[in-house]
Write a protein that binds this ligand. Structure first.
Ligand code: PLP
Length: 491
């Protein structure tokens, strides 16, 4: 019989929910771990993506039963209907979006984080989790702002780069328009960014009530990064027109091409006009961990806020992301509400209530999982993984340079690379654009690997890879290119 505290064993509701047999629970937990490891172990077998259609997948699932089913049955269905039909991100031929196969230990720690279920809103509800999160944020802030960040540099854990961008801009609004919380921002405010900025930047402008039409999106330079001179010109125009500027948003690692904006020049322009600089480093801020790539974010220490996703280039499970601010008081000012039932003094303790710095109330203690990863793997190893994935993109670039049938679109600055298939024959734009989509679709459908496509600002449709899998080697990159060629021959 179970080793359970007598008070719990006597609780009939608890018994009803089958929490009363710790041995059974432990076996169920082991089975779940086995399932997770089996997924990892078999990730290189078969196609990267499920070959089933949305309709076929939908048919696997019905409404939940009123009377629960035995665990064994549920586990079997979980394996067959969910795990085996899930995309295999750890497959070395997975070269698609900016979602990584997570490092295994933090992924496994996820179950423990859920079991603890600490809510990060207030210190009292998550004492250890709050302080761990707080210390990690201090570390992130030091990494981002260096000595440029004062004692007040901190931030918050958020669900991802989109929430990070919105939150950074809320802090910018609090500084630019202290009355905005109560009265709204004045009309005519603009937000200046690059045309290649992630869509969450314009979305934030919509959410903030600035109006997506008030986003001034400037063009790119030959590296596909935001043209820093165009940012300076946009700031001058806004000043001449007496239009207030909420912030400038720069990208450290753009989504489409992984290009890094010239933060130093953009910071100069912002300083001249006294405008808040938010850096979207969701993808590329992790370059600070890499000796070889740190230079790409030179100037980051001058940002006022930064979004940074460890669930991208620090190889953490979803969701692990932070927004950092040089001065935490603006993040506090961004969320001016009081909630006497939640936020109150803890008998004079200086412990922070992290819910004061985010629009979330209940919030998982994702920081615990990240702490496990940082403690076990260490920051140097994470930097090496960053380098490894960038080296794969550099390898592909070299292969493409010496190809007749494929062309790189840009030199990679990170682990993202766009390139084009250049089939023989008349090469009008529409035909070339269409060829990229046909090739990608056939390549993926044949189960040869997973890559994606995008459209650049000049209208060119291009193939795109994000080499974000530590298991991928240069041999797999070669196999991808060979696979594309073989697929192209059959079109
Ligand atoms: C540059 C950039 N910013 C923001 C985001 C959004 O991040 P998340 O998906 O974590 O919300 C992405 C996602 O790919 C991105 O590439």
């Amino acid at each position: 019989m179970p080793a359970l505290a007598p008070a719990l064993a006597a609780n009939s509701l608890f018994r009803m929910h089958e929490y009363d047999d710790f041995e059974e629970l432990r076996a169920a937990g082991y089975a779940l771990v086995d399932e997770a490891i089996r997924h990892l172990d078999r990730s290189a077998d078969g196609p990267v993506e499920t070959l089933k259609s949305a309709d076929e997948l939908a048919q696997s699932f019905g409404p939940p039963p009123a009377a629960g089913r035995p665990w064994r049955e549920v586990l079997a269905d979980l394996r067959e209907k969910v795990v085996d039909e899930s995309n295999r991100l750890a497959h070395p031929m997975y070269m698609g979006q900016q979602v990584c196969p997570p490092l295994p230990l933090p992924a496994l720690a996820d179950g423990l984080v859920s079991m603890l279920n600490q809510s990060q809103a207030v210190w009292e509800m998550s004492p250890a989790g709050t302080m761990l999160e707080h210390e990690l944020l201090r570390w992130f802030a030091r990494m981002a702002f260096g000595t440029g960040g004062g004692d007040d540099a901190l931030g918050s854990f958020v669900s991802g780069g989109s929430a990070g961008n919105l939150t950074g801009l809320l802090a910018a609004r609090a500084r630019a328009f202290p009355d905005a919380w109560a009265k709204g921002a004045p009309p005519g405010v603009v937000l200046i960014t690059g045309a290649q900025a992630h869509y969450s930047v314009a979305r934030a402008a919509g959410i903030l009530g600035l109006g997506a039409d008030n986003v001034v999106a400037v063009g790119t330079d030959p590296r596909h990064a935001t043209d820093a001179r165009a940012i300076a010109a946009a700031l001058r125009s806004a000043a001449a027109e007496r239009r207030p500027v909420l912030a400038v948003v720069a990208s450290s690692g753009s989504t489409a091409t992984g290009s890094f904006d010239d933060l130093e020049s953009i910071a100069d322009a912002c300083a001249e006009h006294g405008v808040w600089l938010h850096v979207d480093g969701a993808h590329g801020a992790s370059a600070v961990l890499s000796d070889a790539h740190r230079h790409r974010v030179r100037g980051l220490e001058r940002a006022d806020s930064l979004s940074w996703d460890p669930h991208k280039m620090m190889f953490q499970p979803l969701s692990t992301a932070v927004v950092l601010v040089r001065e935490q008081r603006w993040l506090r000012a961004a969320f001016q509400q009081e909630a006497p039932y939640l936020f109150h003094a803890h008998g004079g303790s200086a412990a922070p209530d992290m819910g004061s710095y985010t629009f979330q109330c209940s919030r998982r203690a994702d920081a615990i999982r990240l702490w496990v990863a940082l403690e076990h793997y260490g920051t140097r190893r994470l930097g090496e993984l960053y380098d490894h994935t960038c080296a794969l993109a550099a390898h592909l670039y070299q292969r493409l340079l010496s190809s007749d049938d494929f062309q790189p679109v840009h030199e990679p600055e990170s682990n993202i690379l766009c390139f084009r298939w250049m089939p023989a024959g008349p090469g009008d734009d529409a035909r070339l654009n269409d060829a990229q989509d046909r090739l990608r679709a056939a390549f993926v459908a044949a189960g040869r690997g997973y890559i994606v496509a995008t459209t650049l600002l000049d209208g060119r449709r291009v193939l795109r890879v994000t080499l974000i899998n530590p298991r991928t080697t240069t041999a797999h990159v070669d196999r991808m290119l060979d696979g594309l060629r073989q697929t192209a021959a059959s079109l």
